[in-house]
Design a protein around this ligand. Structure first.
Ligand SMILES: [Zn+2]
Length: 471
């Protein structure tokens, strides 16, 4: 007997959107069948008129636990993920202490396993430049590595320990170490010298307004860092993934390297596809994100990259802070931490854009789920609705028009969500299933701490065997 049956829905599968019923058993998709052909189940959900898709995989997420529990922790922020239809998050290594040694990695894994409502992978930071640290985290199951090319933000040095490598030689050395692990390296690409130069100039002019943040990080700050990272990636033949791409200039550089065959991929975020620097006037420090919000021309270029495949993932860069931390910077933008929440908007935003005709439903699902799974060696165990895959499933009702109401969000940083508050989305997540268990249903969290599991990359060979087994 099946544990759970989803009947009547439209399943978004690797071969297209199909009328298919889905049977779940022991945490996996046991069977996909034509309507009415499933064996009996202990629980049946009627998902008629709804889209049934592989759960979203957010490959760029921050809860930062155990640092700053007032901002959010593994429990609060993965509840938000569940409510947003995200079934796996990759937690970045910013924490206190930064996730840069196998010991810290193990402790973070244990903390996550005890508290998460959805699955999670952990990034490691190679910035200690110690071989045993970098290799050790791969053995512990690091999903990938993360390097920041800028220095630690002035008042957050403790959280960024081992993460920031503004020096080119250090960056090179770190990437060479990551290559030994066989894992991918994700890079936050902003050039430190150019950034500090602009901040110094603007500060000397007395600028402290919200738009000064944008002016301090023009596209060339991103572009220069990307060019450096990709030149090193090409030289070392080490795959690099450029995080949260924000500019047309950056995209153009990435395309040039991609056309030359360099091992480079990139992602962008909904906020770079939706908001401009004008939103700094509306939201002030709540819209302070790095890289910054930019122009409509940048938005148009990024959409083109998303649709033509040069950008393969859309991620949240979900970054909870407290209202106090943001308000402190109301009249001095330099003192605000960078980042905004977004884990609950990823799926509704991308599905809205697909339903309104920007791209196909299948492309949207590739961008928020399948491609991330492929890139980080989880596919097709995750990221695909196929028999044998993990039963990480999101059910999306495309019919209602729903206005984002930040007071109803699950993230602890809900009051920092100025950007999306009030925005209309086409459709909503109605059910989120993690490892075969319903964790979110009709507006309520029904899962528990520990329902999520630690996720580590399948090796390439395992991924191949798994792929053959499910054909
Ligand atoms: Zn980030």
């Amino acid at each position: 007997m099946l544990d759970l049956a989803l009947v009547g829905g439209k399943a978004v599968t690797p071969i297209g959107v199909l009328d298919a019923d889905i049977g779940v058993e022991d945490g996996r998709i046991a069977i996909m069948a034509v309507a009415g052909a499933l064996p009996s189940a202990r629980q049946t959900l009627d998902v008629s008129h709804q889209l049934v898709m592989p759960g979203a995989i957010d490959i760029h997420f921050h809860c930062r636990a155990p640092a700053h529990p007032n901002r959010g922790d593994f429990a609060t922020e993965t509840r938000a993920a569940a409510a947003g239809g995200v079934t796996t998050v990759f937690e970045m290594p910013i924490s206190k202490p930064g996730c840069a040694t196998p010991e810290i990695f193990r402790a973070r894994r244990a903390l996550g396993e005890a508290n998460v409502y959805v699955n999670f992978g952990l990034y490691g930071a190679p910035g200690t430049l110690q071989r045993e640290n970098v290799m050790g985290m791969a053995e512990e199951g690091a999903i990938a590595y993360k390097i920041f090319m800028h220095a630690a933000p002035p008042f957050r040095a403790d959280e960024f320990l081992g993460l920031c490598l503004p020096n080119e030689a250090d960056f090179y050395a770190a990437l060479r170490l990551v290559k030994e692990t066989g894992r991918r390296c994700t890079v936050h690409a902003e050039n430190n010298n150019l950034l500090e130069y602009h901040i110094a100039q603007l500060s000397a002019q007395g600028r402290m307004d919200a738009r000064a943040h944008v002016d301090s990080r023009p596209p060339v700050v991103e572009g220069l860092a990307i060019a450096q990272a990709l030149t090193v990636a090409e030289d070392l033949r080490q795959p690099v993934h450029i995080a949260h791409l924000s500019s047309a200039a950056g995209l153009s550089i990435i395309r040039r390297y991609q056309q030359a065959g360099a091992p480079v991929t990139t992602e962008t975020c909904p906020h770079y596809l939706l908001f401009t620097e004008a939103d700094m006037d509306r939201c002030g420090p709540y819209a302070k994100i790095s890289p910054p919000l930019r122009s409509q021309a940048d938005i148009d270029a990024l959409w083109q990259g998303v649709v033509d495949g040069s950008i393969t993932s859309v991620t949240t860069d979900h970054s909870p802070f407290t209202v106090e931390e943001k308000e402190r910077a109301r009249h001095d933008i330099w003192s605000a931490p960078s980042g905004a929440p977004g884990i609950e908007e990823l799926v509704p935003f991308m599905m809205s854009e697909a339903l309104r005709g920007r791209m196909s439903i299948e492309t949207a699902v590739d961008l928020i789920s399948a491609n991330g799974a492929r890139l980080f060696d989880l596919y097709p165990q995750k990221g695909a609705l196929v028999a044998g895959a993990d039963a990480d499933i999101t059910v999306y009702d495309p019919r209602p028009v729903v206005r984002v109401d930040r007071t109803k969000l699950f993230t602890k940083a809900r009051d920092c969500d100025c950007l999306y508050d009030g925005r209309e989305m086409q459709g909503q997540v109605t059910t989120t299933i993690v490892n075969g268990k319903i964790v979110f249903r009709e507006g309520q969290i029904v899962g528990a701490r520990g329902d999520g599991r630690f996720v580590r990359p399948l090796t390439r060979i395992e991924a191949q065997v798994e792929a053959e087994a499910t054909v």
